[in-house]
Design a protein around this ligand. Structure first.
Ligand code: WQD
Length: 336
């Protein structure tokens, strides 16, 4: 099977391409390099000894997307490409609605024309908003508190309507919890430019003495130690979940939704203390005010993905901390 992976040089996309290639899928990558770099393609080849076909294109460009389908027999699409910074989406909503919706609509229109029926969408637990109870199940109410999350929710609605209109479609929506960690080789990982928004990349920068201390955004949440609780899932587990979704999609018509999480919640301080212990480093921190829009706690009920996809996360929080730090140590020169 040949899979088109949009955003395939990004953090989750690149790890998914490695797992696909290791399972002997043919992989075609479309990426505009707006939040990734071309050297990731070399890293994917180094890990798998296979070099995916690469198109440096913007997925909003219908002509360029059509060219990919004209030049390659695409059996399924995994759509990662999109902007994903919550804070930036609040200050630049138009940029997020234009890019995330336009790229998806363009892709779906070309797929319809080319009679490609299998689509896996990269959604996010952010569509659950502030859950009334925990753990979170796929049939919980959906609501969003920022434009980034709203683009995900809007796309899920588009896909639901499309599924009603076209019975040949197989659509799987994967709602990620908090992806962290890195490939064990240290060749792939998360290395955002500038000051990281997310917790793990920030912890790594502090441990690597690139930043003086971590700001812990509030310790007065309704959680065991007062700091925010999240369901951290190893990015390699998340990648494996996409292969399980592909297998399901090949024998299924309609639309289904799956949480990809571990089902275990860890607080900010849990992560800091684990990171320090397993890496034998110090991560100084200061308790500061809450970050607007943050919720107390969020973790998945992973039962449906296990029962219907046969997916279960295998890496624990220690692995996530070890692998995140290992990536930075192994890539000092590119980690500013
Ligand atoms: C985790 C916890 C913070 C940074 C977001 C998006 C979600 C997904 C993952 C894209 C929270 C605390 C963080 C820091 C801190 N992105 N924190 N100091 O907000 O759960 O999820 O990223 O798909 O859609 O919503 O992740 O890593 O930003 O925060 O104390 O410097 O760490 O308050 O409790 P979040 P996060």
């Amino acid at each position: 099977m040949r899979i088109l992976v949009t955003g395939g040089l990004g953090f989750i996309g690149s790890h998914t391409c490695v797992e696909l290639l290791n399972e002997n899928y043919e992989v075609v990558i479309a990426d505009n390099l707006s939040n990734s770099s071309i050297d990731v393609l070399d890293k994917i080849e180094k890990i798998t000894s296979k070099r995916p076909k690469f198109y440096e294109i913007d997925v909003c460009d219908k002509e360029k997307v059509s060219k990919i389908f004209n030049e390659n027999e695409i059996d399924a699409v995994i759509h990662f490409a999109g902007y994903k910074a919550v804070g930036e989406s609040v200050t630049e909503p138009l940029k997020y609605y234009r890019n995330n919706l336009d790229s998806t609509l363009t892709l779906l229109e070309v797929m319809k024309k080319e009679k490609c029926h299998n689509f896996i969408f990269s959604s996010s637990a952010t569509v659950y908003g502030s859950p009334k109870e925990l753990p979170i199940k796929e049939n919980f109410p959906l609501s969003t508190t920022n434009p980034y999350g709203t683009t995900k929710l809007m796309i899920e609605q588009i896909l639901a309507d499309l599924s009603k209109a076209d019975k040949d479609l197989s659509i799987i929506v994967l709602r990620y919890f908090n992806p962290i960690g890195a490939h064990k080789s240290g060749l792939l990982g998360e290395n955002p430019s500038g000051i990281p928004n997310n917790l793990m990349p920030y912890i790594v920068r502090v441990a690597d003495k690139k930043l003086p201390f971590l700001n812990v955004f509030g310790n007065d949440y309704d959680t065991p130690d007062g700091t925010g609780v999240r369901d951290y899932i190893h990015v390699v587990d998340l990648a494996r979940g996409h292969l399980k979704a592909l297998e399901k999609g090949a024998n299924f018509k309609g639309i289904e939704y799956y949480n990809l999480g571990t089902g275990i919640g860890y607080s900010v301080l849990d992560l800091v203390k684990t990171f320090e212990k397993v890496n034998n480093v110090k991560v100084p921190y200061k308790i500061v005010d809450r970050r607007p829009g943050d919720i107390d706690a969020c973790y998945a009920d992973p039962t449906k993905a296990y029962k219907e996809l046969g997916f279960k996360a295998i890496y624990g929080i220690d692995d996530m901390c070890i692998d995140s730090y290992n990536f930075i140590i192994k890539n000092k020169e590119s980690h500013k």
